[in-house]
Design a protein around this ligand. Sequence first.
Ligand code: UTP
Length: 238
Amino acid sequence: MWFITVKPLRRVISFGGSTIYNSEDDNINVPYCSAFIELLKENPEERYLIVVGGGKTARQYINAAGEYEIDEEGQDLLGIEASHLNALLFALLLNKAGIRTYHSKKIFDDYQGFLEQYDVIVTGGTIPGHTTDKVAVQCAAKYGDRELVKVTSVGGIYDDDPAKNESATLIRMIKASELIKVWGTEHTPGSNKPIGVKTVEEALEKNVKVHIVGEDIGDLRRALFEREGYRGTLIIPE
Ligand code: UTP
């Protein structure tokens, strides 16, 4: 008798580099990484695809390259490498915790079979000209259920910069088309928005919902498994 095992689609998460690297104490954010590992262990039957951003490391290298007038493509390549440094760290931590994880630098070349073999795939940037958020949207469309959870220290999209304006209000839900109107579509290497503008365009095109949450594991859990009830912003692909 033949049994066909249908593996669940992957839950796709995009981690801003600032989640891995805590700029307050200028170090790797070990407590967050540990809490995340525990979250993964709660649901061992689930499969995940994690895209990691370049964070402070990317910005330092991009800024240095800018000082020497290295072109945008060169700056982007540095950002991509920084994201994979973070991705490798993440993959090593997860493996050490007993979670079968593979760090892929070529996420869209699945001929190697790693997508079948591993419970968790960790990746970073792919090509110059966009961000790891956009890669994550592409992954959610190709390997997931068209839902992406983006974790960022800012915790969502506000109507003004919350670092500068205390009364800035968190936007709970917004259409991708409205955000594009407000932000425009220009790409800047190392841009500090809670989510890349090109990502919003890609989410609209690929019909992917984006849930943005802060660094609270409870919010991440709700966004990942209930898709509601979290503090953050939902971008709907309309
Ligand atoms: P990030 O995705 O980390 O950018 O990639 P970000 O949104 O500025 O940073 P976070 O979310 O706060 O961590 C860092 C930089 O690397 C280049 C871009 O210049 C990007 O700004 N990059 C990254 C690419 O060119 N292509 C990619 O696929 C990924």
